[in-house]
Design a protein around this ligand. Structure first.
Ligand SMILES: Nc1ncnc2c1ncn2[C@@H]1O[C@H](COP(=O)(O)OP(=O)(O)OP(=O)(O)O)[C@@H](O)[C@H]1O
Ligand SMILES: [Mg+2]
Length: 279
């Protein structure tokens, strides 16, 4: 099999006309892959994405062909997928004010061209979920930048732009409703889409703690610090423990107790959402 691309987390192989997407145990923060793996993370994310693709199968076609027809060495962490022509936009939906959304809101009272009311603080729910696309930037070429819906229209045309927005918001609405029933707030999420046999198709991973902000519901209120069930925990660790790290490679080694705590969060999310025990 030919290795086409090694992403921050996934290795992509060509296998006949299909792709094999193999999720490693690598973890990245601020777009930097840290030197320490999180054991089982690749398997957990792969299995959680498969669960979500199943739950949301009616929203749009997805790229999954098989989770079992993969080489034995990759079993559990690999999926056979349809090879898509990727749309060069990161499709993000936000239901709460967090992350880069806060900076944009403080500056413009808007995020990605979506006007927002006064008085919101970090962690506030938005009046309704909004579509906040960003550019897709090749590794090492800097960070993704927020763009407006009109930018997506200019790049992809009005019909595709409308469909990207519809699918993204629908994934977010449906996903956050399911998650909330299981005690998890999805503050925002990113999906990737591409063109395939059935038109616009959801690719990559779906509603995972790597692609989304997950907060423990019930232990949280606006303005307070949520208990993070995602990588924010690691980002916070990296700034409190290593104030001198400038967020460029190489990233810091993660100490064993932090590895364990991070792994436990991935497992907690998997178990809460799917209702299955992680073996
Ligand atoms: N069905 C598909 N067809 C073609 N490319 C795909 C498909 N599914 C995922 N990809 C691409 O495979 C790569 C997976 O790598 P990985 O998930 O590690 O992401 P990345 O590019 O490093 O960045 P990010 O953190 O933004 O996801 C991505 O470039 C993604 O766009
Ligand atoms: Mg990815």
């Amino acid at each position: 099999m030919e290795l086409l691309h090694s992403g921050k987390v996934r290795d992509v192989y060509a296998d006949g006309g299909d792709l094999l997407l193999v999720a490693s145990d690598r973890v990245s923060i601020y777009d930097v892959v840290l030197p320490t793996p999180i054991p089982d993370k690749g398997k957990i994310l792969t299995q959680l994405s498969l669960w979500w693709f199943d739950q949301l199968a009616d929203v749009a076609p997805n790229h999954i062909i098989s989770a079992t027809e993969v080489p034995a060495e990759f079993r559990g962490r690999a999926v056979r997928v349809e090879r898509l022509k990727m749309v060069m936009v990161e499709c993000i939906a936000r239901g709460y004010l967090a992350g880069s959304g806060i900076r944009d809101y403080d500056k413009d009272r808007a995020v990605a061209g979506n006007p927002l009311p006064d008085g919101l603080v970090e962690g506030s729910p938005l009046p309704e979920p909004i579509f906040t696309p960003s550019t897709k930037v090749a590794p090492g070429q800097g960070h993704d930048e927020t763009i407006t819906y009109d930018d997506v229209v200019a790049q992809e045309g009005p019909d595709v732009a409308a469909e990207l927005r519809r699918i993204t918001l629908e994934v977010y609405r449906r996903g956050s409703e399911v998650a909330l029933g299981k005690g998890i707030i999805i503050a925002d999420t990113k999906i990737e889409l591409g063109y395939g046999e059935r038109g616009l198709t959801i690719a990559d991973e779906l509603l995972t703690p790597d692609s989304s902000r997950f907060w423990a519901a019930g232990e949280w209120q606006p303005g307070g610090t949520p208990r993070y069930l995602d990588k924010q925990f690691l980002r916070d660790w990296s700034t409190t423990e290593l104030r001198e790290w400038d967020r460029t490679p190489p990233g810091p080694e993660i100490p064993e107790p932090v590895v364990e705590a991070t792994r436990n969060r991935y497992i907690e999310v998997y178990q809460r959402l799917t209702g299955d025990r992680w073996r």
